[in-house]
Design a protein around this ligand. Structure first.
Ligand code: SF4
Length: 191
């Protein structure tokens, strides 16, 4: 069932102008990332728990790649998504917008790794709700932010200066001029 859903997302992404592939496991996705990074000297890092979980950072460093955190000029930018709709719309929410900015313009190529747990069957509103429910509270806790969701685990649509959901990007299609590939993985990765 989850493989069927992942493959549906891959087809939807292709219709929206992305190169998209299915990965059965986290290991398979990691090997795909390493293969994509092969010709790149500099690799940007989009601060992703998904990418940490699949263990590509150490392998990239071991292969001599220069990892750049949150810089715009690079050969390849790696990131995940906070949510994706089953019909292929990617939603990412940032505190300062640097990850979103780099996924739109700057790098030569962008590569997403998205686990099946990020897929929502509804529309963009459901995707945003997923981010506020599943991603922001644990991220606020991990980063030591003083927000209601860090304390209670539930979004209160706060007005805190520490709020990490300040910039919401909805990708209806691949951004013009940005070669972008998406690996959809039939595994739960990140949050
Ligand atoms: S709006 Fe505030 S409470 Fe809601 S998820 Fe974002 S940081 Fe947490």
């Amino acid at each position: 069932m989850s493989e069927e859903l992942c493959r549906k997302v891959v087809s939807a992404l292709e219709r929206r102008g992305y190169e998209a592939v299915f990965a059965k496991t986290a290991d398979e996705a990691a090997n795909m990332v390493l293969q994509e990074a092969e010709p790149a000297q500099s690799v940007g890092w989009g601060g992703s728990e998904t990418l940490k979980e699949i263990g590509v950072r150490d392998r990239l460093l071991a292969s001599g790649k220069e990892i750049r955190d949150h810089k715009l000029e690079m050969d390849l930018f790696l990131l995940s998504a906070n949510a994706i709709t089953a019909d292929g719309r990617i939603v990412n929410i940032d505190g300062n917008g640097n990850r979103v900015a780099a996924s739109i313009s700057g790098p030569r190529r962008t590569l997403y790794v998205i686990g099946r747990n990020k897929i929502v069957e509804g529309g963009v509103d459901d995707a945003i709700a997923r981010v506020k429910r599943c991603a922001c509270p644990p991220n606020c806790r991990r980063l030591g932010k003083r927000t209601p969701c860090a304390a209670t685990g539930v979004c209160a649509d706060c007005d805190s200066p520490d709020r990490i959901c300040k910039v919401t990007a909805i990708f209806d299609r691949r951004p013009t001029g940005m070669p972008t590939k998406v690996i959809v993985v039939d595994a739960d990765l990140g949050y």
